[in-house]
Ligand binder design. Sequence first.
Ligand SMILES: [Zn+2]
Ligand SMILES: [Zn+2]
Length: 336
Amino acid sequence: MNIVPSLQVKVNRIVDGSTSFNDVVDVGILRQKAEVAYVLRFMNALEFNGVLLKTDGEFDALIAVVVWQAYLSSLSRYRIVCALRSVGMDAQADNFARCGLNVYNLKCCHCGYVHEVEFHCKLRVCRSCGVTRQYEMVDAWRDGLLSIGELRFVTLTLKNVVDLDAGVKKIRSCFTKLRHRKYYVSRIYGGLYAIECPVGKDGLWNVHLHFVYGGRYIPQPKLADDWEKITGDSRVVDIRKVKCVDRSVRYLVKYACKVDVGAMVADGKLGEYMSALYNVRLVQAFGTLLGRRTVDDTLFLCPECGECVWRVVEAATGYVVFDGLEYIRSRASPMF
Ligand SMILES: [Zn+2]
Ligand SMILES: [Zn+2]
């Protein structure tokens, strides 16, 4: 993937007025301060002199910042693609590269109406897919959580680990052991947990687990003692009452869905993160919450004729991928 041509396209769009500054600034993934000298050098490298010559100083600076943001965004995407390829995840790299593009269309089998669909890669490193996932999780679990009683938010930590895969397995099994102890069975009825794995200051994996549960009060010192007995070395735990369910669930899934790409790339950890956690569930319901997921099974009806029999076609070629798909559900986002 060559990042410069895609950036040039963005710059051209600013110049010819077909996109606004906000659109371009919003694509910035890394929030780094732009250094004017770098920006100017970069713009020169693009042979992009027109705007600098024609406009006043303030406008130049604004354009430069916008260009720099767009550059960082492209660079971040480029690094993710490289990291995926470096661990042999070529199919995922291709999917990530085309996330957000109109790769497929839905065509109504009844009246011929064409509905454009954006492709979603659904990878954890993808920022736009991560945000969508957060809101889906809140919608899916809010009602279920509210139905299991008074809620509390708990954080359980582990000492930082070298091996990410082993760390995730360890915290999951320790959490299961904790819940299965007699004392906790009578206090933790059910809930939702999420495993989070950023890179710690020491360069090791800082694996920890958050969960929201419905049930009875547990004193923090008792929880810390028991967690230390189970893990063998970790006693840092936190427990507090949930004031707002939406906020708690969003917090819970936010970090499990969001990856600090910049920090992981700097530490050379992104490839390991992607390969160790691919297809590994990081957010999971347990106990009485199981089976209480709110399923959005709204049919996607044709806005023209009201039918719901669709054909999925490739946008570029018109090639029919699926035919007569009768139930395209909710967001009109096919599952591929
Ligand atoms: Zn129709
Ligand atoms: Zn995506």
